[in-house]
Ligand binder design. Structure first.
Ligand SMILES: Nc1ncnc2c1ncn2[C@@H]1O[C@H](COP(=O)(O)OP(=O)(O)OP(=O)(O)O)[C@@H](O)[C@H]1O
Ligand SMILES: [Mg+2]
Length: 262
């Protein structure tokens, strides 16, 4: 299936720097004393514009923490994070809020939909807050692709888990942000809906130069990406370019055999 003909011709953020987001020596420590957890241990990574990166690793390895820190949704303990050439640590609260709103799309592991709003209102909420009008044609295409056309006036409680996830995906895509962080966006979808969504993400990278960073546990989902980064115990332990599902699965088996490093 191809959406290419209907894709808008104006790419996302072509004038910005080649690196869409960067972490340098990023560490994140939660708690103190007995409850102290080093969720990220001096992570340095770059996400280039128009690249689709998958992040994999065992549960608790720091994947969500990395995405939250890089998107300015959580504070960091040391190191630095940048979106484009803006250092997040240099921003005040209001500037950070504005940057997140205008330049970043986030698909949360828990979908974070507002229960009192309909699916459509949830999708357009970030743009409504920003006082921007969604591109109607693009909105319709996103909604159609994620299969929500008949559900736009439903509230989250009236939607299945997979449908709620698709609302969260549509919300991130609709504003055409410079970079999208997606935390297991296909985790609640059947394989056909998942494949359709992944194909769409892949195409938005190719046709729109969208930058996407996606956490997944699924080797098939990872194979849609240009590269895979493997995390274990808060560190990057490996990287793979042009991944295939088999190669990713192989790498994951080695994780299981060796277990965690500490
Ligand atoms: N708010 C918090 N307070 C204390 N510890 C936390 C907090 N959030 C995460 N952690 C800890 O940090 C580590 C990394 O968590 P994170 O959510 O990033 O893992 P993950 O790789 O996304 O796992 P999963 O695949 O299960 O989603 C875990 O050990 C977790 O218990
Ligand atoms: Mg997580």
């Amino acid at each position: 299936m191809s959406h290419a003909a209907a894709f808008p011709t104006t790419p996302v953020g072509t004038s910005g720097p080649a690196v869409a987001a960067r972490a340098t020596g990023l560490s994140k420590v939660y708690g103190q004393g007995d409850t102290r957890v080093t969720a990220l241990d001096s992570v340095s990574v770059e996400f280039r514009r128009a690249e689709f990166t998958a992040i994999m690793g065992p549960s608790g390895s720091g994947k969500s923490t990395l995405m939250h820190c890089m998107a300015g949704l959580d504070t960091i303990s040391s190191g630095s994070t940048q979106i484009g050439d803006v250092e997040l640590g240099s921003l005040g609260d209001r500037q950070l809020t504005r940057l997140r709103r205008d330049r970043i799309g986030f698909i949360f592991q828990a979908f974070n939909l507002l229960p009192t709003l309909t699916a459509l209102e949830n999708i357009t909420l970030p743009m409504d807050i920003a006082g921007r009008k969604p591109d109607q044609q693009w909105l319709e295409m996103v909604v159609g692709t994620v299969g929500l056309s008949g559900r736009l006036s439903h509230r989250p409680s009236q939607l299945s888990g997979g449908q709620q996830q698709r609302v969260a995906v549509a919300r991130a895509l609709t504003a055409k942000p410079e970079i999208i962080f997606a935390d297991e966006p296909t985790g609640n979808l059947d394989s056909r809906s998942g494949a359709e969504l992944l194909g769409f993400l892949r195409e938005s990278v190719q046709a729109l130069q969208q930058t996407i960073v996606m956490v997944t546990h699924d080797p098939v989902a990872a194979s849609y990406a240009d590269r895979v980064i493997f995390l274990a115990d808060g560190r990057i332990v490996d990287e793979m370019r042009e991944p295939t599902a088999d190669a990713v699965l192989d790498r994951m088996k080695r994780f299981d055999a060796k277990g965690r490093t500490s």
